[in-house]
Design a protein around this ligand. Structure first.
Ligand SMILES: [Cu+2]
Length: 407
């Protein structure tokens, strides 16, 4: 992550070009002044400026820069980042940790709970603002729990007492906190855990309901913090747990709002206009494009049963979760583990701030693609691949597989 490539978008694309453009105008004036009267020179410079702005503004200036002047009506004021924090961000630019891979490994799921008696679970979570790669060459200032998106998968049993020690790293520019959807109490704990940079806070709660729950930052504008990657999930297992499966995966969908168009390289600026309109540039599984695409990331074998803990952090869109070439044997609709699961489901709706649990037995080898079946979103990054190896069964599926072709 070279400094020059990180800053290319912000400075070259916006401020750098603006400065070069003003310098060119001044230089042009000085040259023209030798050849013409002051009036004619100024007129020619004005024409140059007009033509240049006509081409530069639509192509060069991030439209979201206007977001600094947005009026809005949320309890926390404007979704724009305070200008002082933008200045602080660049003055502390080198102190932010560069994360080589922001994506949470989808295999990073704690084992099922074997006990039947309740206990006290302790979790340490640190909020950290880092710089990571959202797409190849596209960098994002992520606000995280523990340096990955999503944050850690927490697993407890219904009736357990949960003690969360929450630390906001001293390098943070913003206060952070956690609202656990598994908590009953004001703010889901957000008012208790609210920590300024460098502070540590503790919340104790009892996991009253079984289910799969989202947790997310909630201060001062929850949605802005979530649109920077600050979310994760907590599974509250009913006593006795879930039916046994061979593999469990952890996947969370999230949106990123950048002023640069899709694929524009360099460090991106948060686009509060697009955020309010609900038009993300990137829609991804586990924090970045391609996070679940690599060989070895999601692997399983024919004959195994897999379970996916799937959450939708939003902040604006509803997800239509589907696995291409599979049918979910069971869907624990809306993450409810105490209702009987739905059976034989193709696509399941996951609301913003909601979750689902699906499982299916693998019958055929091949690549199975996880998508949000609002399928244009795969072009924004919302897909992953489950690689399945093992013997084929021609009685279930046969025919010659061809490589994917373009248009
Ligand atoms: Cu936060």
């Amino acid at each position: 992550m070279a400094l020059a490539s990180l800053l290319s978008y912000v400075f070259v694309q916006t401020l750098g070009l603006a400065i070069a453009f003003i310098a060119a105008a001044v230089l042009l004036y000085l040259i023209l002044r030798h050849l013409h009267s002051r009036r004619v020179a100024l007129l020619l410079v004005a024409i140059f400026v007009g033509i240049s702005l006509f081409f530069y503004v639509p192509n060069g200036l991030p439209h979201g820069l206007s977001g600094s002047f947005i009026t809005s009506y949320g309890p926390a004021g404007s979704p724009s980042l305070p200008f002082a924090n933008v200045i602080k961000f660049f003055s502390h630019f080198n102190e932010f940790e560069r994360v080589a891979d922001i994506a949470k490994n989808p295999n990073d799921v704690p084992p099922p709970i074997a006990r039947m008696a309740t206990t006290t679970d302790h979790f340490d979570i640190t909020a950290k603002e880092v710089i990571g790669e959202l797409a190849p060459g596209v960098y994002q200032n992520y606000w995280t729990f523990g340096g990955t998106v999503p944050g850690p998968f927490l697993r407890v049993m219904q009736g357990d007492t949960v003690v969360v020690t929450f630390h906001n790293d001293a390098s943070s520019l913003h206060p952070h906190t956690i609202d656990f959807h598994a908590v009953i109490g004001p703010g889901g704990g957000a008012g208790v855990l609210l920590a300024k940079p460098g502070e540590t806070k503790t919340l104790t709660f009892k996991a009253m309901h079984a289910g799969l729950f989202i947790y997310h930052c909630a201060n001062p504008d929850p949605a802005v913090h979530m649109a920077h990657g600050q979310y994760g999930m907590i599974l509250v297992e009913p006593p006795g747990g879930l039916p046994k499966v061979d593999k469990e995966f952890y996947v969370v969908q999230g949106e990123f709002y950048t002023t640069g168009a899709l694929g524009k390289k360099g460090l991106q600026i948060f686009d509060s206009d697009a955020f309010l309109e609900g038009k993300p540039q990137y829609i991804v599984f586990n924090g970045r494009t391609g996070a679940l695409a690599g060989t070895g990331t999601m692997e399983a074998k024919v004959g195994q049963t897999v379970r996916i803990f799937f959450g939708n952090a939003g902040v604006n869109l509803i997800s239509s979760f589907h696995v291409i070439g599979e049918i979910f044997d069971h869907v624990y609709d809306e993450g409810s583990l105490t209702s009987p699961p739905l059976t034989d489901i193709q696509t399941t709706l996951v609301p913003a701030g909601g979750a689902t649990v699906v499982d299916f037995k693998l019958l055929e080898p091949g690549n199975y693609i996880l998508v949000d079946h609002a399928l244009a979103r795969i072009d924004r990054g919302a897909w992953g691949v489950l690689h399945v190896t093992g013997p084929a069964d021609p009685s279930i599926f046969s025919g010659a597989l061809q490589p994917m072709a373009g248009h």
